[in-house]
Ligand binder design. Sequence first.
Ligand code: HEC
Ligand code: HEC
Length: 265
Amino acid sequence: MKVSISGKLRQRCRRFTVLVLALVALGGLYTALAPSSAAENSAVDTAKRGTTVAEGKQLFEQGCISCHGFGLQGIADRGPSLIGVGASSVEFQVGTGRMPAARQEAQAQRKPPQYSDAQIAALAAYVQSIGGGPQIPPGNLRGGKDDIVLGGELFRLNCASCHGLTAIGGALSSGKFAPSLEDATDRQIFAAMQTGPQSMPAFGDNQISPQQKKAIIAYVQSMKADKDPGGFGIGRTGPIPEGLVVFLVGIGVLLVATLWIAGKS
Ligand code: HEC
Ligand code: HEC
């Protein structure tokens, strides 16, 4: 009897200890995973940046090193050196899906990105940590309504020769082209001006100031918000080509219907 009581007691004690340990572990896990408070101290910040760079290094070694080499040095006939291209270029290239490049083509094209935003930030932090270079400034990059007129002037002066007056894009020489700016985000437009991908020139801060870049972004994005002159925007060319498309599609539908009826009878 006595033995069994102390046995039960011991069992209860053990259960209690397990429970306490589980609670402590849960608490620890929570503190580790819970979003940290706004009042983060800089030591935590630095440590976090360290892990981001480490993550970026790992991603780079898996997906980029085969063309861009150890230490970002580049590999002949595969990929250029990335020293000094900066976080801005990485965010642009990977964020628009141009990188990782798939095959040799006249120009790496915009594709759905293969990395998450967090992974892109990590890759950018890694490249920045090794070679430095331009970074996209934090905060709002789009000028206000008052900037749109100035932005339009700057756009016609600096960008329209390649991207077209309405930013729908245009052909350049030897299979290259300036793409439409339809899908570009504020950060991507800023980064494109900062880094000058491929045959696009870079526009440094003394050429187009950050404030002027924001005005250009305001203009480009306001054009997208504009209504097209008529119905669906087929290259913003208005109602006549739209009518033509409706006409051709309509004729096709009629033909199919006629054949179907003929086949039935
Ligand atoms: C198959 C080879 C290949 C792979 C893989 C590849 N790249 Fe590239 N990368 C290129 C080539 C070629 C260019 C230059 C031509 C161009 O810009 O289209 C380039 C250009 C770049 C640039 C622009 C450099 C500049 O001058 O501004 C960046 C940034 C970049 N790559 C980052 C990456 C990152 C990050 C990865 C991994 C996620 C990656 N690349 C994977 C071949 C590759
Ligand atoms: C000499 C011709 C040229 C001029 C001038 C030029 N660009 Fe470009 N732009 C290009 C080319 C070519 C590309 C594609 C580069 C690539 O795919 O790597 C491009 C790409 C871009 C992209 C990326 C679009 C996307 O969806 O991925 C943006 C944004 C852009 N340009 C904005 C501008 C702005 C804003 C200006 C004026 C300040 C400008 N460009 C001036 C040729 C030009």
